[in-house]
Design a binder for this molecule. Sequence first.
Ligand code: SAM
Length: 313
Amino acid sequence: MQRDEETGPEPETGEDPREAPSGSGGRAAELAPGLWLVATPIGNLGDLSTRAVVTLRGADLVLCEDTRVTAPMLARFGISAPLAALHDHNEAQEVPRLLERLRGGARLALVSDAGTPLVSDPGYRLARAAMEAGIFVSAVPGPNAAVMALTLSGLPPQPFLFMGFLPPKAVARAEAISRLRAAEGAGLSATLIFFEAPHRLAECLAALAEGFGDRPAAVARELTKRFEEVRRASLPELAAHYATHAPRGEIVVVVGPAAADAPSGVEEVEARLRAALAAGESLRDAAAMVAAATGLPRRQVYARALELSRQDG
Ligand code: SAM
């Protein structure tokens, strides 16, 4: 077993054989058989925990998204466990074979390219299948871009709703935002977290500003890296900024919850319908527009529009 200065002294062995060794430099035999979900850095190698190093060192096989990303990281820590690729395109097909190895007592570690595996990354199918098969599954927690962005956003940390990536196409993205607005109309009040690619950030922020209006938000970029930046402003301000400043790097968008005094879903639908009707839209067109903006079923909005037009004469 190779040791380096960064891994520190030989640890005491935990009494529970299922516990991952708590220190660094543990022998392979100390790691319990089963599936270990191991978080890795999101940009700063210093964030790989000593427990992650010990677990990866003790694994019979490290499953990773891309061996070209994980191999250099393991080499940096003197870890020589064999690597195998597990990604969205082969996970379903690989699960039976990996379950066989786990049933045979193998110690498998699963990492993704960066951060916490399974979170917008591969591994859910394997973890779920292992749990269903009664195999020991545990995790070594660590970096996660969504939670780090949340903590730096200055927005209420709980409740939060992590949405992963919004759909890349404009129509599907607007529909996803409408569904969130509809959920808020039904009472959801949570800080929202989205992953986004740099080349889509400006259009994503414009769509969020369109859907959520003048809410406080934050854009967290290049977390834990040299050019880490968190910009806190309203959604329209952020949309305007990034429309003229093309960002680089990896990005998380955090959006504050609807204000406590925001109109309820019913009030909002009525206000939007009245505005559309006052602008001369037909009942049918007003209902279609409001249904699209709120994510509510068109038939339900049309029925409300009909009532309103009768009430208002
Ligand atoms: N599993 C990872 C985690 O726990 O953070 C997330 C993987 S997801 C495929 C990759 C996305 O996470 C990026 O497109 C970006 O939105 C976000 N991300 C990852 N690293 C980041 C960083 N250092 N700074 C900001 N966002 C990051």
